[in-house]
Write a protein that binds this ligand. Structure first.
Ligand code: ADP
Ligand code: MG
Length: 576
């Protein structure tokens, strides 16, 4: 064990703390290594799925180290829950946040100064206040834990500018404590950002498996979502479930519909007052009501293990959100369903919500990046709803886990798809990407081969391409599928900003090689419905400044891409 950390003698081993204080016999995967690393004085960064048991990873070493552990946590309700259960376990823990009365705050500060607590939860906003700095300097802080650490990254799904105060705070402490950071969702970019921003030194990094084998993923596109939900509930009596809606209005109306049918549900959204929300939350958590209809305001920090299904009434804004929300199903390890009900209208709603999202305290320069990021995330989510591939693999791949084989246990794996030979279209698309010199995303490529008459195509000169209009008789969604397949088979590569680039196309030169594409019934339906919605989407986007910013960024990307030299590939002529 390192000499810059003092270990107290109260407990001999982490196993003893686990047993005596928390009543568990064995560590879960990953926990022990993290505890050991911290006790060795090493910084830790751990990405573990919801319910994996991240709290114990820092609470156990906190009990064994001399001094106090500060836990930075984003939500008051999270802090309260954690502190309550620690106190029940006999651990002296407390929190400091805006919910405390002046008197309680005074008491807590006094007791902290007297070294009465082993663990203190703080809101990030508190850290750099004068009073807190003074207090912090007067006590022995052995560790700082950053819970929900993705909040520190501008690339994380709920960036909290106040999380940046952690960095300043650590700097002003006389002695640098061990820093441990935990999150459930983080893509590679976010991971790097967290490690770098927090200044973790040679941290012990644990990226836990994201796969939740007991969750069954499914995407459905019902004509009538309300009826679908009513049927589902009727077929799964007494099962506990969460139904997420994108807006408060949706929550209210779906709640009414369920109530009309005599289904006892709770509802939850930020427009309700605190006592109503608490009541509804308790009704659900304590199983007085088996179903809750809610916005994404519901769920963080709620530890209800027997949720059998999570239905999304609308497509969420990102895969991070989706996996976190869907992941609230089946925390007890029993089979549970995660069903996403998709309609093209969801894309319109989400664009609108993203454009009107309030981002506090943000440098206007960062705003562009954030808009671009939000847009990319939405596209990832949209493709999840359209993919014919394994849904589980799609999710896991997004979080950096590559699985060779389809899971054989999700809505898509269990569905019969028709396959079509799309070799000819595939080659034409590859030609177009070649002509575009790897500068554009799939939108422009598809518009080009479709021969669309947009200002954008004229502007970039794509109307003069040989590929312009060569696939004008094929449906847009089919072309999307072809591109997905080309990317999957690595004939095309997705570069920065989602531009399409040439991959290795040598294999396709062999006339025996074909490109087979799985299609759905929707692919065969006429395109009308989607076109109408697309128009609405574009209109709502164009009116907003967010869209303009996004366009500017696109220009910038173009500039960069122009600099790039294309490798001398031979593309397909009409005879190949
Ligand atoms: P996370 O923060 O990773 O989402 P929590 O720390 O809230 O998860 O833990 C989820 C649940 O798992 C809690 O009820 C916790 O008591 C339980 N738990 C954690 N570690 C263990 C363990 N080693 N054995 C049994 N249960 C555990
Ligand atoms: Mg947690």
């Amino acid at each position: 064990m390192s000499d810059n950390l003092n270990i107290n003698k109260k407990y001999k081993t982490p196993e003893e703390v686990l047993k005596v204080l928390f009543g568990y016999d064995t560590f879960r995967p990953g926990q022990k290594d993290i505890v050991d690393a911290i006790l060795d004085g090493r910084d830790v960064f751990a990405v573990m799925p919801t319910g994996a048991g991240k709290s114990l990873c820092y609470q156990i070493p906190a009990m064994m180290l001399d001094g106090i552990t500060l836990v930075v946590s984003p939500l008051i309700s999270l802090m309260q829950d954690q502190v309550n259960s620690l106190n029940e376990a006999g651990v002296s823990a407390a929190y400091i946040n805006s919910s405390l009365s002046d008197r309680d705050l005074f008491e807590t500060v006094k007791k902290t100064g007297n070294g009465e607590f082993k663990i203190l939860y703080v809101a990030p906003e508190r850290l750099m206040t004068e009073g807190f700095i003074e207090l912090a300097k007067s006590v022995n802080i052995s560790m700082i834990t950053v819970d929900e650490a993705h909040c520190i990254s501008q690339w994380g799904q709920d960036f909290r500018p106040s999380y940046m105060k952690i960095v300043e705070f650590v700097k002003i402490l006389g002695k640098r404590p061990v820093i441990s950071a935990f999150t459930a969702t983080a893509t590679e970019t976010v991971r790097e950002d967290i490690v770098c921003t927090l200044g973790l030194g040679n941290p012990y990094v644990l990226i836990g498996g994201f796969d939740r084998e007991n969750l069954y993923f499914q995407v459905d596109k019902p004509k009538n979502k309300e009826q679908y939900i009513l049927d589902y509930i009727a077929n799964h009596p007494n099962e506990s479930g969460i139904i997420y809606c994108a807006t408060r209005k949706n929550v209210d109306s779906l709640y009414e519909i369920l109530a009309d049918k005599g289904i006892a549900a709770a509802k939850y959204h930020a427009g309700m007052n605190a006592s109503e929300r608490k009541q509804m939350q308790d009704d659900f958590v304590f199983d007085y009501k088996s179903i809750v209809v809610s916005t994404n305001a519901f769920g963080m920090g709620i530890d209800k293990s027997n949720v059998r299904f999570v239905i999304h009434y609308n497509m969420p804004q990102s895969m991070e959100n989706y996996y976190q929300e869907a992941g609230r199903a089946g925390r007890d390890g029993l089979d549970s369903k995660c069903i996403l009900l998709f309609s093209p209208q969801d894309i319109v709603i989400n664009r609108f919500l993203l454009e009107h999202k309030e981002v506090a305290d943000i440098d206007p320069a960062d705003l562009e990046t954030i808009k671009e990021r939000d847009n990319q995330r939405l596209q990832v989510m949209e493709r999840y709803c359209y993919t014919t591939g394994c849904l589980r693999n799609y999710i896991l791949k997004y979080f950096g886990e590559n699985h060779e084989n389809p899971c054989e246990d999700c809505g898509n794996c269990n569905r019969e798809f028709e396959t079509l030979d799309m070799t000819d279209a595939a080659k034409k698309i590859i030609n177009c990407v070649y002509e575009a010199k790897g500068r554009y995303g799939r939108g422009i490529i598809i518009d080009t081969v479709l021969g669309a008459k947009t200002a954008r195509l004229k502007e970039v000169g794509a109307t003069n391409y040989k590929s312009y209009g060569v696939l004008n008789s094929i449906k847009r969604s089919m072309l999307m599928r072809v591109i997905d397949q080309l990317v999957y088979e690595k004939y095309l590569v997705v570069g920065d900003y989602q531009v399409l680039k040439m991959g290795d196309i040598r294999r396709l030169k062999d006339s025996a090689t074909s490109v087979m594409v799985k299609i759905t019934d929707e692919d065969k339906r006429p395109e009308k419905a989607r076109k109408v919605n697309k128009k609405v989407a574009e209109k709502s986007s164009l009116t907003s400044s967010g869209y303009k910013l996004f366009e500017r960024l696109r220009e910038l990307r173009l500039e960069i891409a122009r600099e790039e030299n294309m490798p001398p590939y031979i593309v397909f002529n009409d005879k190949t």
